[in-house]
Write a new protein. Structure first.
Ligand SMILES: Cc1cc2nc3c(=O)[nH]c(=O)nc-3n(C[C@H](O)[C@H](O)[C@H](O)COP(=O)(O)O)c2cc1C
Ligand code: SF4
Ligand code: FES
Lengths: 452, 183
């Protein structure tokens, strides 16, 4: 399964091997003029000719599942907004926090085709009748923040945003778009942590309900979408629902389908790591062997992070896993996540992988919920002990027990960060148990036998 | 994430005569930053970014002045300033080296880079050299895993790093004289 033409990466060479030349073609940021000259902002014009509710219907029909990690259908999310109550602002927050380790796909769009994102933003604002968009970008993306700021200015000057904007259509909504830089906190990728950060507070996720669609930024109705989700809306409006549904796969497990193309950033022990555009459902082995030129130094595949460390790992026997939204149930991981796999070769120490991921979650827990704050610290300590060879089998059991007791699924935390921690640790220990057992000493339990 | 609190409620904060939020600064912030947010406090992060960039830390006096400017309490400013890793209450070095320690970078050998910085600069991650030239940080995923191992030198990302390159970058940063600004 291959794309016959790039979709989201239409203007970015090298993302679909065999079509546009990988690696050699030069990439450069597409300016507003170049974007328009290559058919850009035509989808916005088309959307503006449609009633807002019709656009939502359209996106609903296409089943555009969120590209930020959870796979929630965008059209459905948009339809949760209350009808325009005329009482104040309504917001769009674009999630470009991209701090999930192993993930670097949104950066590609910011770097090279920022107007594709801005066109998606404008369409979403029209569809959902939102008047202010905040482009929330992680602090470490210094260069990307500059590129996006420049593109936003171009879009104001070009009649997309601002007074008399949205292509200067009579009757069209005037939309403002502002850049908001975060400052180094993974938790602000969680949608309500993100809202707190824009409000100028520490990024503590909020208890839901109320959901942001009803009471979001500054207490007003708010939609939060990932960068790639909004970008995907642009070609769908241009080419139609049937075309979009022709790419990707139906669910083989009776669940929601996985339509469309997806940006997949592959890192780790492969010959040509990078971001590729592929149809959902592509096999991990195809990505590695075909797109990335195989495993580095001819080594064997050992395992992979499914799509950001929160999703857990795929085992050695899951090299052929289909990269679609069924992957969670099909392969016993949390989900597709960001669809950015990190590949490990046969020499990788999986205890190191677990310890590295555990440290990440310990560092990034926002500290609001005790099971997450304390549990993440303990999990890290136990894994350090196992790595150093000073742990016992009882520690391994404690590790799994701790893992299982924290998260939204056991119902002990406010947000999903703890579930990510939980799944990462449980899947690594579960799928590579032998490696962990080799590193721990048996614990002898004294048994008292009395002789009569 | 960590919590820092003001050491005590009676702590004397360092003060200087010249205000951080001068009338000219206040006027510009009003126009360029506050105007983008429908609630004034929304302007806090962009303002803290500006202060951090300018002073390489968030001085206590500046927090008090910003609080007054935004009509919020100094505690709310402290709350925000201490939550985000990019903001620092202690002055950071003229060159902040942030080595990525997340999984793709560790799998692709980030350790020699970190060890080399430790040895060359004589500091541990989180520390600043006594001459104020360098701060070393071990950071989480910088979103450039395909070119691992990577590091930020101030605002510039360096990809596919090796020890000789790190060495060269450190030497270059040493050329930047004290008191000057390097991005
Ligand atoms: C701890 C945590 C971190 C997250 N980080 C991100 C992120 O960096 N980028 C992102 O788009 N979504 C992230 N999400 C998911 C968001 O909460 C939200 O579901 C998403 O932005 C919605 O957009 P989508 O429906 O278009 O995918 C994170 C979730 C959690 C629980
Ligand atoms: S689960 Fe963890 S990160 Fe999420 S709100 Fe609770 S303490 Fe914070
Ligand atoms: S793990 Fe280092 S950049 Fe992502």
């Amino acid at each position: 399964m291959r794309l016959t033409e790039p979709v989201l990466t239409k203007r970015i060479p090298g993302c679909v091997p065999g079509i546009s030349d990988g690696g050699t073609a030069a990439r450069a940021t597409v300016s507003f003029e170049q974007y328009k000259a290559t058919g850009g902002y035509a989808s916005l014009a088309k959307a503006l000719d449609m009633e807002p509710a019709k656009v939502i219907e359209f996106v609903k029909e296409a089943v555009v599942r969120g590209r930020g990690g959870a796979g929630f259908p965008a059209g459905l999310k948009w339809s949760f907004l209350p009808q325009d109550d005329g009482a104040g602002h309504r917001y769009l927050c674009i999630n470009c926090d991209e701090a999930e380790p192993g993930t670097f796909k949104d950066r590609l769009l910011c770097d090279f085709d920022p107007h594709l994102i801005l066109e998606g933003i404008a369409i979403a604002c029209h569809a959902c009748k939102l008047d202010t968009a905040y482009f929330f970008i992680r602090g470490e993306y210094h260069h990307q923040a500059k590129v996006m700021e420049k593109a936003i200015q171009e879009a104001y000057a070009g009649g997309i945003f601002g007074k008399g904007g949205l292509m200067r259509r009579p009757g069209a909504l005037s939309v403002d778009c502002f850049l908001h830089r975060s400052a180094g906190a993974y938790i602000c990728g969680e949608e309500t942590g993100l809202l707190e950060a824009i409000e100028g507070k520490r990024g503590w996720p909020r208890v839901k309900p109320p959901f942001p669609a009803v009471k979001g930024l500054f207490g007003r109705p708010t939609i939060i979408n990932n960068v790639e989700t909004l970008a995907a809306v642009v070609p769908i409006v241009e080419k139609g629902v049937a075309w979009w549904k022709g790419i990707g796969v139906e669910s083989s497990l009776g669940g929601m389908p996985s339509y469309g193309t997806k940006l997949m950033g592959v890192s780790g022990h492969v010959n040509r790591p990078g971001v590729f555009e592929a149809p959902l459902g592509v096999k991990l082995s195809t990505l590695v062997n075909d797109y990335c030129g195989g495993m580095r130094k001819g080594k064997r595949f050992k395992g992979a992070i499914a799509g950001g460390v929160s999703m857990g790992v795929l085992g050695t026997d899951q090299f052929d896993a289909a990269m679609d939204f069924d992957i969670g149930r099909a392969c016993n991981v949390l989900g597709l996540g960001t669809a950015c796999p990190t590949i490990f070769d046969e020499d990788t120490d999986m205890v190191m992988v677990a310890r590295n991921i555990a440290r990440f979650f310990k560092n990034e827990s926002c500290g609001q919920c005790t099971p997450c704050r304390e549990g993440s610290g303990w999990i890290y300590k136990l894994l350090c002990r196992i790595e150093q060879g000073s742990a016992t089998t009882a520690d391994l059991d404690l590790l799994l027990e701790l893992g299982m007791s924290m998260g939204l699924t056991p119902g002990t935390t406010i947000c999903g960060l703890a579930d990510g921690n939980n799944w990462a640790i449980r899947t690594i220990v579960g799928k590579f148990r032998g490696e962990f057992e080799k590193r721990v000493k048996p614990k002898f339990v004294p048994v008292h036998v009395s002789a009569h | 994430m960590s919590w820092k609190t003001k050491p005590s409620s009676t702590m004397q904060i360092p003060r200087r005569a010249e205000p951080y939020v001068s009338p000219a600064v206040a006027e510009r912030w009003e126009r360029e930053i506050v105007a983008k947010y429908h609630v004034r406090q929304g302007a806090l992060m962009p303002i803290l970014h500006e202060i951090q960039h300018e002073h390489r830390c968030i001085p206590y006096q500046a927090m008090v002045e910003v609080a007054r400017f935004l009509g919020i309490s100094p505690a709310e400013v402290l709350d925000c300033a201490t939550f985000y890793e990019e903001f620092s209450l202690e002055p950071r070095g003229r060159c902040t080296i942030g080595i990525c320690q997340s999984i793709a970078c560790e799998a692709c050998d980030h350790k020699p880079l970190l060890d080399h910085c430790r040895r060359t600069l004589g500091i541990e991650p989180g520390e600043t050299t006594s001459d104020g030239a360098f701060t070393l940080l071990a950071m989480e995923c910088l979103g450039s895993c395909d070119t691992a191992p990577v590091a930020l030198f101030n605002e510039t990302l360096h990809e596919k790093l090796d020890v000789p390159t790190v060495d060269r970058l450190i030497a270059q940063a040493r050329q930047v004289p004290a008191g000057s600004h390097h991005h």
